[in-house]
Design a protein around this ligand. Structure first.
Ligand SMILES: Cc1cc2nc3c(=O)[nH]c(=O)nc-3n(C[C@H](O)[C@H](O)[C@H](O)COP(=O)(O)O)c2cc1C
Length: 192
């Protein structure tokens, strides 16, 4: 059994990629701003390793405002086909502009244009306005690369706690909880 939570995450994520019919990289992201009201939504995992778990979003979104007020978050992966969940908690940092540029450049052109068209978390008067903004972005960058919008970038959740939960018969589920201890990790088993 792996005693490094990132190695264990890698193993489970690889299995999820083979088992899940849809979005094995989908994770729920929970944040709370200064008012303490938790908020949760799905995002996609776009990088992971000992440095943390990375997702990309609009830096003017509701989640970004909450992270600015309170740079802590929780993530939850639920791989239904495997009957497993992974819970992650920790602080949040911004991914560098250079790394965000690299990831943005790897996205499909329509997704890049969508990032320019979207006013994430703020209402637009209609779907037609959104589609017009998408066409405007296409016209604006016609014939060239689409640059990363200045407000669009990545965030990295740097975990203090990672819990691996797996289904066991008779509801005797297994939970392996890793908590950061200096440069390493302490591990405990929780039942159930
Ligand atoms: C499966 C799935 C994946 C998603 N991935 C992302 C993502 O990677 N980044 C993102 O900004 N929004 C993503 N969304 C949309 C968010 O859930 C959310 O609607 C949006 O980011 C606005 O959230 P906020 O208003 O709380 O900031 C995804 C939604 C689903 C259902």
């Amino acid at each position: 059994m792996a005693d490094d939570p990132f190695e264990l995450f890698n193993d489970w994520f690889s299995e999820a990629r083979m088992a899940e019919p849809n979005d094995p990289e989908a994770m729920a992201l929970a944040t709370a701003g200064a008012d303490g009201q938790p908020s949760v939504r799905m995002v996609l995992l776009k990088g992971h390793g000992p440095g943390g778990f990375i997702f990309y979003t609009n830096g003017e979104s509701a989640k970004a405002a909450q992270i600015a007020e309170n740079p802590k978050a929780a993530l939850l992966f639920h791989w239904k086909s495997l009957r497993r969940q992974v819970r992650v908690e920790g602080r949040v940092e911004a991914v560098s502009g250079a790394d965000s540029d690299t990831y943005f450049a790897s996205r499909a052109r329509d997704s890049q244009l969508g990032a320019w068209a979207s006013d994430q978390s703020r209402p637009l008067d209609s779907r037609a306005t959104f589609e017009q903004r998408f066409r405007d972005a296409g016209a604006r960058f016609a014939g060239g690369d689409v640059p990363r919008p200045p407000y669009w970038h990545g965030y990295r959740v740097v975990p203090d706690r990672i819990e691996f939960w797996s289904d066991r018969p008779h509801r005797l589920h297994e939970r392996r909880l890793f908590t950061r201890a200096g440069d390493g990790w302490d591990e405990g088993l929780l039942y159930p």
